[in-house]
Design a protein. Sequence first.
Length: 341
Amino acid sequence: MPGGTDILNALKKEMDKPYTFMHICGTHEAAIAHSGLRSILPDNLKIVMGPGCPVCITPQGEIDAAIDLAEKDCIIATYGDLMRVPGTKGALDSIGKDVRVVQGVHKAVEIAEKTDQEVVFISVGFETTAPTVAATILQEPPENFSILSCHRFVPPAMKYLLEQGEAKLDGFLLPGHVCVVAGYQEYEQFPVPQVVGGFEPEDILLGLLMLVKQVKEGRAEVENAYPRAVSREGNPKAMHMMYEVFEPCDVEWRGFPIIPNSGLRLKEKYAAYDAQKKFGIEIKHVEKHSSCICDKVLRGVADPTDCKLFGKVCTPRKPVGPCMVSHEGACKIWALYNQKK
Ligand code: SF4
């Protein structure tokens, strides 16, 4: 691969008009901010973040459901970021219940193996994490273990964004981590320029260069700028395992209405591990009331700095919305790395 400076110069040469590309990956946002890429990109090239942070897109109704489970005296095991996301009754870390931070589903199972109490893992994440959870369920964890499945698929959200046309986009930098597992065949249905991107600054620059070239040449294809990790097919074994345990379902995303087939629920065969069924928990729609504009940030129609609470009322220490809580959230990343439009 050519060096970053060469790619940047080639990109600058190709720029003939303003371009806006969306990435759907918190790790891309963090890599862009961490490397200072925005400050060296051509002024008329804008990168916006879409719904690529799994914690941020988890709607309040699912946080409330996790709190309901904690109030039923289940031990709640989840990722650290999710603990601080506010639901309507507060956040998991402020309700005085037994809520434990774990690094992954296997750690939640370890807790269940050492207690008679019910343990519920709040299972968030895209195609990258769902196969690992599926593998755990296939190993038949103890009966006092279950999950609240909050998983999401990326392509249905992209479909929604394209159909709505709210964000004016010239193309997508596809999420490298997700494509390692799921491949990129699924994205070929979308008539828009797309490039699978890696996470080094050179990878991202190359992805952007390939996107600009596609637009200029009037092509709308899926190209791969991350071939050392991603293939068109992805990891069929992992995907097979995921579909063995889960099936697609219609779910709401924060900032989005219910998107058909964009979530994953446990199949009936594994209902014993489904916390919703086991404890009769309902996930309800919650109307938005605060001035937080995470919904717009997640749809790529606002930048974090467009929010009047950004850096004043809402900071990484005292977050108001999930995009300031999660280390993959655009607001937190912009606050920590002083990102500007
Ligand atoms: Fe929400 Fe805070 Fe981001 Fe504003 S700055 S959109 S309140 S998370």
